[in-house]
Design a protein around this ligand. Sequence first.
Ligand SMILES: *Cc1c(COP(=O)(O)O)cnc(C)c1O
Length: 395
Amino acid sequence: MERIYLDYAATAPLDARVLEEMMPYLTEVYGNASSQHRFGQVAQMAIDKARERVAKAIGAKPNEIYFTSGGTESDNWAIKGIAEARKSKGRHIISTPIEHHAVLHTLDWLKSHGFEITYVPVDSVGKVKLDELEKAIRPDTILITVMAANNEVGTIQSIAEIGKIAREHGVLFHTDAVQAVGSIPINVKDMQIDLLSMSAHKFYGPKGIGALYIRNGIKVDKLVVGGAQERTMRGGTYNTAAIVGMGKAIELATENLDEYAKKISEVRNYFVNKVLNEIPEVIFNGAPFEDRLPNNANFAFKYIEGEGILMTLDMAGIAVSSGSACSSGSLQSSHVLLAMGLEEVFAHGSIRFTFGRSTTKENVDYVVEILKGAVNRLRAMSPLFNQLKGDVTDV
Ligand SMILES: *Cc1c(COP(=O)(O)O)cnc(C)c1O
């Protein structure tokens, strides 16, 4: 059976060129990078090179890059680290209701430790309302944390504008750019970003490695304490191979961004138009193409459960996601779609399709055929479809 993976926002496969560059560091170059002898120095040199590549990809300096275990740790560190370092200045943080759980659950934790969080609403396509963001700033606001691009609907925020607002008010700005890096251009200086989270496995690097950019001069408390790694800011023996892999992966992903975006958005647009033309009663969730990650499509198939579609597609060898991967397993509606004002019944029937470098129009043709059949069959069995079609708000 043909297998088609359309869940690249959950994770991407390791690029073969990345693995090749990692291989020596998984085998013969096994020294601890913190050791002073030759075995250690060789590993340290490879880490230095990776740090330069990561910095270059986002317009930062190498000494502003700190390696972590991934996006979740970077988000935790940025937000808890700023909260702790600045709590004497204030205990108010601004964010949005559509953040990844790595951010939302960190904010919940801070709330239970005496911080106050304001969630600025988003509009119907998932864009943060900038006027409300600015109005939410208070004298005791210490941090604004807004994701660069959303993992469920792919909406890209006006990051440079948010950076400008934050800087003008003397508030620090952190962005979870895990979905954005390697997919759209990011420059921390131009966009006035103070802290930025990224994760290698979202751009064809290895899992379990990420980085936090911290602008020079900004004081952040430590999250992981231990050895003196990362200029004493993040302890733990270096995962040299993963760091090398992240460096190679980010270079590959960012050197041909325009070409990647053009190619992948063409396949995505073809898919979106085909679904909207061939399947009735469908809502295209999220922003228009120009404000959206080039590889993301998200649809609500009215009157049916997303889980049913996901299962049917899975049996046909097609991998997609309902809601976000992290919250599936529970049948809770996506917090992102609800925050955008989508009715709960429709949020339940929503599916995310995220494309990768190797996704083709032929793949799309096959997927739409299977999808059509699945939607028709599920609707034929759906009491909602039979009884309440056209009158769904009364459910
Ligand atoms: C995947 C993801 C994360 C978590 O990153 P990990 O490296 O898997 O911990 C955080 N934020 C966003 C937006 C993501 O898509």
